[in-house]
Write a protein that binds this ligand. Structure first.
Ligand SMILES: NC(=O)c1ccc[n+]([C@@H]2O[C@H](COP(=O)([O-])OP(=O)(O)OC[C@H]3O[C@@H](n4cnc5c(N)ncnc54)[C@H](O)[C@@H]3O)[C@@H](O)[C@H]2O)c1
Ligand SMILES: O=P(O)(O)OC[C@H](O)CO
Length: 333
């Protein structure tokens, strides 16, 4: 039987543990609080992150990383992106030499502008063939309700992507394989920033033309960055690109979208942070995505606008006027 260790028992870690258990895996779900692990085992629910959802029998919760990692075929990493480096340094010694490390995270590291798979390779000292990414339009609450959805299992080694695909395929969860790890990770990280932008527009009372413009031009700047970094441009019209962008930008379940809406309605950054119970990756990653764009000489005007609103306190109305008064350009260049 395939064994998975899921490191992170927040909303997506718990929902993905359900997917793997439903796919027939034996799943160990790690979280840093022993009391929550005990509650999960005793009640078969995770009241802090997925209240009211019954967890399958194949999941055992623990706060002991070595216990979770023992014999794992897959170590699924799903903590806030900015905490990965420190956490993985503690978990790595417990991982076996054959364990495939799977990133479910959608962020870019602040300061280094590294993708999560790069941080994993560096900290765990594993080659790219042992690092995979699982991404796509996967709002945790909907997956936990077993609503049908598709995803992408990506690895530079296609056979590893296929093994991951088999380990999480269920009647309601349909992963496709891809070998474009760079494109898949960029799609997931940049869509959070565009989700913030669309949320801000929503909070300002703007309509669907404005939101469709942000989504489409957001995809254009994601693709520009991807091309500069050697990604396959077709990845961005797939589940990891357009698919995830549509889910995030249209759903009130998206934390990034909701965070943006709160800012657009006039909340300060501190007020919006206080109103957010879970991880909205784009809030930190908008700065590292902009950094990544600059390192590759790529113009990312929507990302720049989001950074100016979120971190420089620019009023959304002023930022919007500046965005709309940029010089005229061809649609493709
Ligand atoms: N929620 C979703 O719908 C969804 C879907 C796809 C991808 N993701 C991605 O998954 C990642 C995790 O998101 P989430 O939704 O599970 O977040 P969450 O806020 O629901 O849960 C985060 C988990 O990490 C833990 N955590 C927080 N800080 C930590 C630290 N310093 N050390 C160890 N553990 C820590 C929390 O206790 C919690 O268990 C993000 O990168 C997010 O973009 C989320
Ligand atoms: O809630 P968000 O904004 O982190 O989005 C969740 C998922 O990434 C959607 O695929």
């Amino acid at each position: 039987m395939t064994k998975a260790a899921v490191f992170g028992n927040g909303s997506w870690g718990t929902a993905f543990a359900m997917v793997m258990a439903d796919a027939g895996c034996e799943v160990s779900l790690w979280g840093r609080r022993p009391a929550l692990a005990d509650t999960i085992n005793a009640t078969r629910t995770n009241p802090d992150y997925l209240p009211g959802v019954e967890l399958p029998r194949g999941i055992t919760a623990t706060a002991d990383a070595a216990e979770a990692a023992a014999g794992a075929d897959f170590a699924v990493l799903v903590v806030p992106s900015q905490t990965l480096r420190e956490n993985l340094a503690a978990w790595a010694p417990a991982l076996g030499p054959e364990t495939v490390l799977v990133s479910l995270m959608k962020g870019i590291e602040l300061g280094t502008a590294k993708r999560m798979s790069e941080v994993i390779g560096e900290v765990a000292g594993v080659p790219a063939e042992r690092v995979a990414v699982l991404t796509g339009p996967n709002l945790a609450r909907e997956i936990a309700a077993r609503q049908p959805a598709a995803a992408v299992a990506a690895c530079v080694d296609e056979s590893v992507a296929q093994r991951l695909q088999a380990a999480c395929m269920t009647p309601y969860f349909r992963p496709y394989t891809n070998t474009d790890v760079v494109g898949c990770e960029l799609g997931g990280a940049v869509k959070n920033v565009i989700g913030l932008a669309v949320g801000i527009a929503n909070g300002m009372g703007l309509g669907d033309n404005s939101k469709a413009t942000l989504i489409t031009r957001g995809l254009a700047e994601t693709t520009r960055l991807g091309l500069a970094m050697g990604a396959d441009p077709l990845t961005f019209s797939g589940l990891a690109g357009l698919g995830d962008l549509v889910a995030t930008c249209s759903s009130p379940l998206s934390r990034n979208n909701t965070f943006g809406t709160n800012l657009g309605r006039g909340m300060t950054l501190q007020e919006a942070v206080a109103a957010t119970k879970q991880t909205a990756e784009g809030v930190k990653s908008c700065e590292s995505v902009l950094d990544l764009g600059r390192r590759h000489g790529v113009d990312m005007p929507i990302t720049e606008t989001v950074v100016s609103i979120v971190h420089d306190g620019k009023p959304p109305t002023v930022a919007l006027k500046e965005l709309m008064s940029r010089s005229a350009k061809p649609e493709r260049r």
